[in-house]
Design a protein around this ligand. Structure first.
Ligand code: NAI
Length: 340
């Protein structure tokens, strides 16, 4: 059986980390039918729009994509391809599991939480305009439909994964109507899950509590902007952007990508940490039901990080992207070992 997957190698460190993720996926023995598509700068250089129709069509057909980061040029009239993709495919759930890895020196141990971020609206709806020179307006869009569906997904996920608490994050004291609606929708969904504790917390308090003791959180449920910021904050708690995976999920399709961006400062130098996209690829395998191979990849990453001999610069080591990738491939447990 071949898994048909759309591959978006992106730009910056994208091609390096996507090559790494593909190598690890193929080393599991599964077979894939890759449909590689251009988007972002790579597409523009070929005279195409930033989000070409064939790329969207490929994801709609295959229903699953592995996506490396794509640069959003600032001040050149480009809108974010990443935001555009999530809106075009209605990928309303952004899911980012953040966990401590034994062997990595971090301030906190035993962090194990998931950030759920509403992925299609809020301040990232892209409704910005200039009223008169010197005055601009950005609209924060919040709908009942989008708020209910992200809350529903987060609570369901908490139940499937045996998590007992959901923290709903807001700034209702200031944004009474928009965050008020989001909070009301989350409460409506929470009532269906009396066995899951719900706490509501303003974003500023969450930021402080995350830094003081992230282990008190299990599931963070929030809007697009707060979720974006908290994802990076949480990544910093467990070792940085190089190791945190992510998924964008809708009713029809799912796109798997790391939290990190295209890292232009280290692009093309074989320095990027491939782990975040490799773990995103493992999430993708869970999504398509290949749990055993996904678990093997996660075990291999855990082994390499715990041993500490091969690490990229962001984790304090000297290894290259390709060395780190090879170490993970070498550490893959055999299928028999995984079963025993
Ligand atoms: P960034 O995540 O690309 O980089 C922030 C810092 O983390 C840099 O110092 C970088 O070297 C480091 N870093 C990131 N990933 C790393 C990895 N795998 N291994 C080692 N170090 C890593 O964030 P930045 O600089 O704000 O964004 C750069 C570009 O990426 C922008 O155009 C932004 O719009 C885009 N971006 C794209 C995303 C996506 O495609 N999903 C997500 C976030 C940003």
């Amino acid at each position: 059986m071949h898994y048909p997957i759309t591959l978006l190698p992106g730009d910056g460190i994208g091609p390096e980390v996507s090559q790494a993720a593909v190598a690890v996926l193929e080393a599991t023995g599964l077979e894939f039918r890759w449909d590689q598509q251009d988007a972002g700068l790579v597409a523009v250089e070929k005279g195409l729009p930033t989000l070409p129709a064939p790329a969207l069509e490929s994801i709609r057909n295959n229903r699953v994509a592995l996506k490396a980061p794509i640069t959003t040029p600032v001040g050149k009239g480009f809108s974010s391809v990443n935001v555009g993709l999530r809106k075009a495919l209605s990928l309303y759930v952004s899911l980012r599991p953040v966990r401590s890895w034994p062997g990595l020196e971090t301030r906190h141990r035993d962090v194990d939480l998931i950030v759920f971020r509403e992925n299609t609206e809020g301040l990232y709806a892209g409704r910005e305009h200039e009223i008169v020179p010197g005055v601009v307006e950005a609209l924060k869009i919040v709908t009942r439909e989008a708020s209910l569906r992200i809350a529903q997904y987060a609570y369901d996920y908490a139940r499937w994964t045996g998590r007992h608490k959901v923290t709903v994050i807001h700034k209702r004291a200031v944004m009474r109507l928009s965050d008020g609606l989001f909070l009301d929708c989350c409460r409506e969904v929470a009532r269906k899950y009396p066995f899951i504790e719900t706490e509501e917390m303003p974003i500023d308090q969450v930021a402080m509590n995350l830094v003081l003791d992230p282990t008190r959180f299990q599931v963070l449920l929030t809007d697009n902007l707060f979720g974006d910021i908290l994802s990076d904050l949480c990544s910093g708690l467990v070792g940085g952007l190089g190791i945190v995976p992510g998924a964008n999920i809708g009713d029809e399709c799912a796109v798997f990508e790391a939290v990190h961006g295209s890292a232009p400062d280290i692009a093309g130098r074989n320095k990027a940490n491939p782990v975040a996209l490799i773990l995103s690829a493992a999430l993708m395998l869970h999504h398509v039901g290949a749990h055993q191979e996904a678990n093997r990849i996660e075990t291999a990453v855990a082994r390499v990080l715990a041993e500490g001999r091969v690490r990229t610069g962001d984790l304090g080591g000297k290894a290259s992207t390709t060395e780190m990738t090879q170490a993970i491939i070498d550490a893959l447990p055999s299928p028999v070992e995984t079963l025993s």
